[in-house]
Design a protein around this ligand. Structure first.
Ligand code: ZN
Ligand code: ZN
Length: 616
């Protein structure tokens, strides 16, 4: 083998590190050491960079020892690389220890330490390091400032740190730095102070796409989807080019609002501008189609298995789960494992909700236990909610209670709400009362606790208790969140409340409802009045059911769309059992496909059946 001098050995390592081939870079170092080649501070800096992947932490620690022995530690660049390596592996105590033993601290070393804390979500520690740095008389640069701004992610962080840092920025003249400006927009956006975020954004002399994206992300994260779409329109009219981040924020907004047409337009534009193959855009588009009920489009734009990231797999599993295709969700999970992709906690939330929608109790429990046993993922509250839902719906109420007592995380409102709903479903008044009490302890103003509890009393025929709950709600000034359903036709949204008679087509709607009622009764529909909240006679209960918002929306949809087309309806609360049954009958007698989206899932009605198989 020909002799190579130090420079060419080092440059070979650099190129391996740049290509993320850590193992190859470390093999070069091993070869250099074992053949007695000369090494210098650059060799070690490269090797440390190769170890910044947490997988190579042991190698990194060996390097650390070698560096101390070789005396190369005094090179600030080596110390900096060590701090960075430990910070990236999340070993902040080691990173700090390295920093303490170094004689000279440069801003770049502090930046590595602060950046490490921020990446590991350690806001307080990042700020402590920032204060220490200033105490040592080291001036921050724009990287330090953008790092510490990035550490502020909650309204509390903003009060404690963000506002003082903003003052520091003004005093030190960093206000005119465009990176700092964009980080300020992002910080205020993350900390839910959208007004301040917008204020800074509006006053920027030169808005680049990063500034626009920072503004988009702030609005998107706080559920202001309509604002996101408005910003995108302004962005385009101002001549700013949309990039993959703008498209993915825009698509996420249309997904949350279930605005299929706008989502399609945005996706079309992204394709036209050459972002079709971009993974951000493709994943956001898949998620949008999934959430808008277009499973065919999800599969159409899905990349081949070898090219799928974990995020793409997760979106696919979640889309199947949402649509009630639990078999497909499970198969997709198996395929994902076969392709060597490790699942994360999101994968399991989707899997468990797929089992939940399908009523697959044992499969769900098996996934829950396999999660920590086989994949080392600790169950979070979302997973526990899925299990309680699953056990509760299938009537295993004792098991659900035991599960809550043994859960690795404290039960939250969703757990008690789910148990309460299960008590209602299975007519268990005692358990319902217990769950309602826990729920109201957590949030005394929670209207759904009262509503669900009075439902439990109603289904078990305890009308006196229903009346008591109603009185209590009145005295606490709590009102049930009103049900609302809506249909979107040609960019116009028509929404309906219970017994709504304000729509211009009210007369036609109620006539249509009368016709539907007659037709489906002939086809065998029997109203289920067991969920009525008042102890009135059966006829009145049935009449009340025909005032439900989802029925008004259905009648309106049928009147205003051509035969053969799919009707899409949205509801703000869970669809009621009887309306679900009406939708099935209507899909059969009118030969129409109906897609209903409530906050929990999609229901695809076709030829008298629903994709949820009546389990939701
Ligand atoms: Zn209903
Ligand atoms: Zn259904």
């Amino acid at each position: 083998m020909q002799e190579r001098d130090l420079i060419s050995w080092n440059s070979m390592m650099v190129s391996y590190v740049q290509d993320a081939k850590s193992l190859d870079a470390l093999e070069i170092l091993a070869e250099m050491i074992s053949t007695g080649k000369e090494v210098n501070y650059i060799t070690f800096t490269c090797a440390l960079a190769a170890c910044s992947n947490p997988k190579f932490l042991i190698e990194g620690k060996i390097l650390h020892a070698l560096i101390v022995v070789s005396g190369l530690f005094e090179w600030p660049i080596v110390g900096n690389a060590l701090v960075t390596m430990y910070a990236k592996a999340g070993m902040m105590t080691e990173a700090e220890r390295v920093l303490q033993t170094m004689s000279r601290h440069e801003v770049v070393t502090w930046n590595a330490l602060i950046g490490g804390h921020v990446e590991n979500g350690q806001t307080d520690e990042a700020m402590k390091a920032f204060q220490l740095m200033r105490k040592e008389g080291i001036s921050a640069d724009y990287i330090t400032i953008t790092s510490v701004l990035g550490a502020c992610v909650t309204p509390n962080d903003l009060r404690k740190y963000g506002t003082p840092i903003h003052a520091h920025i003004v005093l030190t003249g960093f206000e005119s730095d465009k990176y700092v400006q964009n980080s300020l927009i992002t910080m205020y956006g993350k900390c839910a102070d959208l007004a301040s975020s917008k204020y800074i954004f509006d006053r920027l002399a030169h808005k680049n796409s990063i500034s626009w994206n920072a503004c988009l992300a702030g609005n998107s994260n706080h559920g202001h989807g309509e604002e996101v779409l408005k910003l995108i329109v302004t962005m385009r009219s101002d001549g700013v080019e949309l990039d993959q981040f703008s498209f993915s924020e825009g698509l996420a907004a249309t997904a949350k609002l279930a605005m299929l047409e706008e989502g399609q337009q945005l996706h079309g534009l992204a394709v036209k501008l050459g972002f079709e193959a971009d993974s951000f855009v493709a994943n956001a588009a898949m998620d949008m189609y999934g959430k808008c009920g277009e499973m065919d489009d999800v599969l159409r734009i899905l990349s081949p298995p070898v090219n799928r990231s974990r995020l793409s797999w997760n979106i696919l599993i979640s889309a199947f789960a949402r649509h009630g295709y639990f078999q497909e969700a499970r198969e997709t999970f198996d395929e994902m494992l076969k392709m060597g992709i490790t699942p994360d906690h999101v994968t399991f939330v989707s899997l468990l909700s797929a089992c939940n929608h399908g009523g697959l109790v044992d499969e769900g429990l098996a996934y829950y236990f396999s999660m920590s046993k086989d994949f080392g993922i600790l169950p979070g509250i979302e997973h526990c909610v899925c299990i309680i839902d699953l056990l509760g719906r299938s009537g295993r109420l004792d098991q659900a209670e035991t599960f809550i007592a043994q859960m690795p995380v404290p039960p939250n409102d969703l757990i008690w709400r789910s148990l309460l709903a299960a008590s209602k479903l299975h007519g268990n008044l005692d358990l319902g009362r217990k769950a309602a009490e826990r729920l109201l302890e957590l949030d005394p103003s929670d209207d759904s606790a009262y509503v669900l509890y009075s439902n439990v009393c109603a289904t078990t025929g305890r009308w006196e208790d229903v009346e008591n709950v109603r009185k209590q709600m009145g005295s606490n000034n709590i009102k049930k969140q009103p049900a609302c359903s809506w249909v979107k036709l040609k960019n116009r949204v028509s929404s309906f409340g219970i017994g709504d008679r304000t729509h211009p087509e009210t007369k036609e709607i109620y006539t249509k409802l009368g016709e539907l009622k007659k037709m489906i009764k002939e086809a065998g529909y029997v109203p289920d009045t067991s969920y009525a909240l008042q102890d009135t006679d059966e006829e009145q209960k049935e009449h009340n059911l025909w005032n439900h918002s989802e029925r008004l929306a259905l009648a309106f949809g049928l009147i205003n769309t051509p035969q053969g087309t799919t009707i899409r309806i949205f509801k703000n609360l869970r669809v009621c059992c009887d309306c679900h049954s009406v939708y099935k009958f209507v899909s059969e007698i009118t030969r129409r496909k109906i897609i209903l989206r409530d906050p929990y899932r999609f229901h695809h009605f076709s030829r008298g059946k629903c994709s949820c198989c009546d389990y939701w």
